[in-house]
Design a protein around this ligand. Sequence first.
Ligand code: COA
Length: 258
Amino acid sequence: MNFENIIVTQLENTALITINRPTKLNALNIKTIEELHTAFKVLEPNQFVKAIIITGSGDKAFVAGADILEFANFNIEEGTELARKGQKLLFDFVQNLSKPVIAAVNGFALGGGLELAMAAHFRVASTNAKMGLPEVSLGVIPGYGGTQRLPQLVGKGKAMEMILTANMISAAEAKDWGLVNYVVEQEELLPLCEKLANRMAKNSSVAIAAAIKAINANYANLVNGFGVEIEQFGLSFGTDDFKEGTTAFLEKRKPEFD
Ligand code: COA
């Protein structure tokens, strides 16, 4: 498979997807989301792929968020569509994939990056990883499922704190909070993910697909929450704070909100 922003490698029983925009800290633009959708779609029926690991290129970032430059001038309709399309093509798609997806969080996982890691079936982090949902510091809210999946993983109180403060947490805190399952040195990250993938590969693929479906069903009653998120995310694009927040980021200064 030939892509511009991602690299897909076949390991023993496993496919490795590497998001490859290192100069932008692997920020998720629409093209990258579309490429990821295609890659997952092609890998899912491949009988030689028993599990998929997703990571970021370089040693600094998993994904530093949605691409702020790309959406900074969007209006309410475009913002709503951004969240709706992204959730459908990538985040819900990954969550509902019939093959296990492990996020190998090798550095910053912020905004859409943490949302992508949370859409994966579970997460392993390297010691340098930092995780957060900083959207409200930009005058917007998480739009790729963050307001729904973070409370599912860490509980409502911690999710509220992370989203409302926009603070990042360390890998060790993420492990304490149940956001990641393991924390290892960076050079051990992919080997551990491969080991876990190979362990899963020994099990019945059909049973694994059924288990994923059954576990996800436990959260299906929250489906309306995703709709509320899309609506509120979209509405952020009509606010002065959103203009100020994204402009300040792109101008490399602190935002001044009223
Ligand atoms: N969207 C677009 N570009 C991004 C990005 C994003 N989410 N995150 C980082 N980049 C770009 C930077 O603009 C910079 O590009 P430039 O070299 O052309 O100026 C490059 O990636 C490197 O980032 P930089 O900010 O210089 O690195 P840093 O080490 O000083 O800081 C972060 C790292 C992750 C703390 C900082 O990049 C950051 O805060 N990113 C945005 C995080 C965010 O708010 N994500 C949620 C988006 S909804």
